[in-house]
Design a protein around this ligand. Structure first.
Ligand SMILES: Nc1ncnc2c1ncn2[C@@H]1O[C@H](COP(=O)(O)OP(=O)(O)OP(=O)(O)O)[C@@H](O)[C@H]1O
Ligand SMILES: [Mg+2]
Length: 387
């Protein structure tokens, strides 16, 4: 007897692709139903009561969005997990399908198949799954391979420039660096609300409305803040399984979500990096930082992070010596999109006064660069979303 919980319906007009999936899913222990058109798919979906449906949106007979809507509108499949496995990366179609209630949109590739298998298991077990597809507010993560490269300073100051230059957009900064955050310190926030206290709340409470209403607005910084862990003791108490929900709620509530991940490349941060619209990779000019960054970049690439989404910044945080941009680029094997000038003690001075660089040193070349980077990151994110 097959268990009811292991039936998967695959709808794909391409026989080779359909059979490939069938073999893969049978190997994983599922009973598989196959359909080559939207109509066949609907018949099987309503007759065979699959526990999940995987479909290719390029259907010969019905528009994919209609298929998704009909599945959702019918009582028998209203709650059946639906995964789109598309041969083409079509963001507009993706948004429509996700809005129509599909759980995830993946573009066919070796990695997508692995992800598909993992997602099926989780969805069938009834686990909540965060979408890795890009929807809601733009997600920008800041990451480095080595400490002290200016990741937190750049995250806060670039977010500030974006918020200032685009008054109509709502920006939030979240500090995820463990065991202790530093953005609160940079912007001068000392109150109670932070990632740790928020993560202790019941998941039902931390909705997008909660974040809209409760996060502090930081004067002069043009963004709202979800501060990080105030001390290592609290940092160790972080309810890690709450992170994905919190990020999703922030994306629902704000147009831009900037996250300082610091050096944290971990099981916790990887899904967020994979889901990010833009991965700001901060490196300094010493050879060891560049080499470490190369290792991190190789790893990210192996985990499906696409070079297009990576915005590498060479930050001259320690002085003028070290590699040139061209040398660093060559060593890294990645385009460096901007080089941040060395500010001497001025950056630390601005940080210590809790003032944005653009405020304290409006005429400095660094202010110009920060503004450029903010505009470019926003432009890149928009461009990538439009496909
Ligand atoms: N371009 C720059 N010119 C001068 N000083 C800089 C520059 N960028 C960063 N700094 C200084 O370097 C110091 C470290 O910066 P920051 O704390 O942002 O780095 P980080 O990468 O977040 O470090 P950590 O690994 O501790 O999280 C700060 O004092 C900051 O003011
Ligand atoms: Mg930091």
């Amino acid at each position: 007897m097959e268990e009811v919980s292991s039936r998967v319906l695959v709808i794909d007009p391409d026989a080779a692709s359909r059979n490939y999936l069938a073999v893969m899913l049978r190997k994983a222990g599922y009973t598989v139903f196959l359909a080559g058109s939207g109509r066949e798919g609907l018949i099987s979906a309503w007759r065979d009561s699959p526990s999940a449906i995987v479909f290719e949106p390029a259907l010969p007979d019905i528009p994919c969005v209609e298929l998704a809507k009909r599945l959702r509108q019918d009582r028998r499949t209203a709650n059946t997990p639906c995964l789109v496995l598309s041969s083409q990366d079509n963001p507009q179609e993706m948004n429509l399908l996700l809005s129509a209630g599909c759980n995830e949109y993946l573009v066919k590739s070796h990695q997508a198949l692995q992800r598909l298998e993992e997602l099926l298991g989780r969805l069938i077990r009834g686990e909540r799954v965060i979408r890795t597809t890009r929807k809601g507010g733009v997600l920008v993560v800041f990451l480095s391979a080595k400490g002290g490269t200016g990741t937190s300073s750049l995250c806060a100051n670039i977010a500030m420039c974006l918020g200032k230059n685009q008054p109509e957009v709502h920006v939030v900064v979240m500090d995820m660096v463990l065991p202790i955050g530093s953005i609160a310190n940079i912007v001068g926030y000392g109150d109670r609300i932070n990632l740790i206290t928020v993560a202790m709340q019941n998941p039902g409470q931390t909705t997008s409305l909660f974040f809209k209403e409760n996060l502090p607005k930081i004067n002069e910084w043009y963004f709202k803040l979800l501060a990080g862990s105030p001390d290592p003791e609290s940092g160790n108490q972080l309810a890690a399984d709450r992170i994905t929900d919190i990020v999703a709620a922030l994306q629902e509530a704000y147009d831009y979500v900037f996250i300082d991940l610091g050096r944290a490349l971990s099981r916790l941060s990887l899904p967020i990096i994979q889901a990010a619209d833009v991965v700001a990779l901060i490196l300094s000019t010493d050879t060891s930082a560049v080499t470490l960054t190369q290792t991190v970049w190789d790893y990210l690439r192996s985990q499906g992070v696409d070079e297009q989404h990576v915005y590498a910044i060479l930050n001259r945080a320690v002085g003028l010596e070290g590699l040139t941009k061209a040398e660093a680029e060559q060593l890294l094997g990645l385009r460096i999109r901007h080089a941040m000038p060395y500010m001497g003690g001025n950056f630390a001075l601005a940080n210590n006064r809790h003032e944005p660089v653009a405020f304290k040193f409006p005429l400095d070349a660094a202010t110009l660069t920060l503004n450029d980077i903010a505009n470019e990151i926003a432009g890149l994110a928009q461009q990538l979303r439009q496909g």
